[in-house]
Design a protein around this ligand. Structure first.
Ligand code: DOR
Ligand code: ZN
Ligand code: ZN
Length: 428
């Protein structure tokens, strides 16, 4: 089975420019990347003409919620992976706050086998650190790794007990597995849903303080230093967390970190009011000062990658009062257009920088064989129309859910074709 993508624009890091290339794909692998000035010998192969379009390594999203098993009314592996493919993602790593929680080898195997049967992109499952994510008892790391879990996390909640976290890190380190942490000290949050800032003051709400996140980051980098584990911080949202991660990296702690598009683009001051729960997520939208801090941290490498934290919830759930509605927004289908339009088109970032943080960097941190357009690499490729401007229309999402605060935003940079292991899995 052979496929050519001809005349595509590929980012060249050395020249800092897009260059025309032809890519030959054979048996799921990139066979050759040749200069666009040459004439490709396409023979009887299938040909995609990517004239005028960006051809990128497939995007990688190391933090997503597929809701399967247990919450299939929000999303399932079939719809979630289609939504990912539509957003240009070819590899995604799914969080274990499913029902049952992904805390047994059996559930890890269920996710992997369902992803193979009905999924259209590569699905890497995380398993939980503690049984049922209750923070009381560690899961069986060895059997979870053996079943195919790629790391351990209690995402959705923080691990409250420091000794539990230290034990988890020591054990994970002994088996060369990472610990991925949702950083949140419950005692500092207690029922609040919005950040401490202009918005919470204006509406007389109890606010979530920045320390609720940063206290865990500080504790955990110390525990990571003590245990030697690879420690990855989820959805960094505060200036204080950034400072701690920066310091930890400077002194050689094995810490890596991620940030979501919404924390790069929105602050609490953008929340329109109390009647739209699509502005409610955890961590919450912080102050403009925090937004600036996470942008700078992504720019200087303190934060390694962009993730979506794709968190689908049903329209009914999100229609509840904002106090009762669940935290989270969908992310796959807006991530690249948002960041391309707001950071690349405005001249703040190069296209190469954005692509690196969505492809090569997550691949480096999690040791994935993808993220590069290189001979011999898996043919996981995304083709993007950078020119066409279109408004975000949540009713067209491939996801089962459409909980987003970005509806109506006019964006460019829409993925048009997504290829996984040489097969076209989504095409506009
Ligand atoms: O906004 C969020 N949604 N944050 C989380 O930590 C969990 C996630 C979810 O599962 O809905
Ligand atoms: Zn989380
Ligand atoms: Zn999450």
């Amino acid at each position: 089975m052979s496929l050519w993508i001809i005349n595509g624009n590929v980012w060249n890091e050395t020249s800092g420019n897009l260059e025309s290339k032809h890519i030959r794909i054979e048996n799921g692998l990139i066979e050759a990347v040749i200069d666009g000035t040459q004439t490709p010998d396409t023979g009887s192969a299938e040909v995609i003409d990517a004239q005028g379009k960006l051809v990128s390594p497939g995007f990688i999203d190391m933090h997503v919620h597929l809701r399967d098993p247990g919450f299939e009314y929000k999303e399932d592996i079939a719809t979630g992976t289609r939504s990912a493919a539509k957003g240009g993602f070819t590899t995604i790593a799914c969080m274990p706050n499913t029902r049952p929680v992904t805390d047994t080898a059996e559930t890890v195997r269920y996710i992997k086998s369902k992803a193979e049967q009905v999924g259209v992109v590569k699905v890497l499952p995380y398993a939980s650190i503690t049984k049922n994510e209750l923070g009381r008892e560690l899961t069986d790391f060895a059997s979870l790794k053996e079943a195919g879990a790629i790391g351990f996390t209690d995402d959705g909640v923080g691990v409250q007990n420091a000794q539990m976290m230290k034990n988890a890190m020591a054990l994970a380190h002994s088996m060369d597995m990472p610990i991925i942490a949702h950083c949140e000290d419950d005692t500092l949050v207690e029922g609040a849903w919005a950040s401490e800032g202009e918005f919470s003051r204006k509406h007389g709400l109890k606010g979530i303080p920045n320390e609720s996140e940063a206290i865990h980051v500080g504790r955990d980098v110390l525990l990571a230093e003590a245990t030697g584990v690879h420690y990855h911080v989820c959805h960094v949202s505060t200036e204080q967390s950034v400072r701690l991660i920066r310091l930890a990296k400077q002194i050689g702690v094995r810490v890596t970190a991620e940030v979501c598009p919404h924390h790069l683009l929105l602050s609490d001051e953008d929340i329109p009011g109390l009647d739209d729960a699509n502005w409610k997520m955890n961590p919450p939208l912080r102050t403009p000062r925090d937004v600036q801090a996470v942008i700078e941290a992504l720019e200087d490498g303190t934060i390694d990658m962009v993730v979506t934290d794709h968190a689908p919830h049903s329209a009914e759930e999100k229609a509840r009062s904002v106090q009762l509605a669940p935290f989270g927004i969908v992310g796959f289908e807006t991530a690249f257009p948002l960041l391309y339009t707001k950071f690349v088109q405005t001249g703040k970032w190069t296209l190469g920088f954005l692509l690196q943080r969505m492809t090569a960097d997550p691949a480096r941190v999690f040791r994935l064989p993808t993220g590069r357009l290189e001979q011999g690499a898996p043919a996981d490729i995304t083709i993007v129309d950078l020119a066409n401007e279109r408004a975000v229309d949540p009713s067209t999402f491939a996801s089962k859910s459409n909980n987003t605060p970005f509806g109506g935003w006019k964006l460019s940079g829409w993925p048009v074709t997504t290829i996984v292991d040489g097969a076209i899995v989504w095409s506009e």
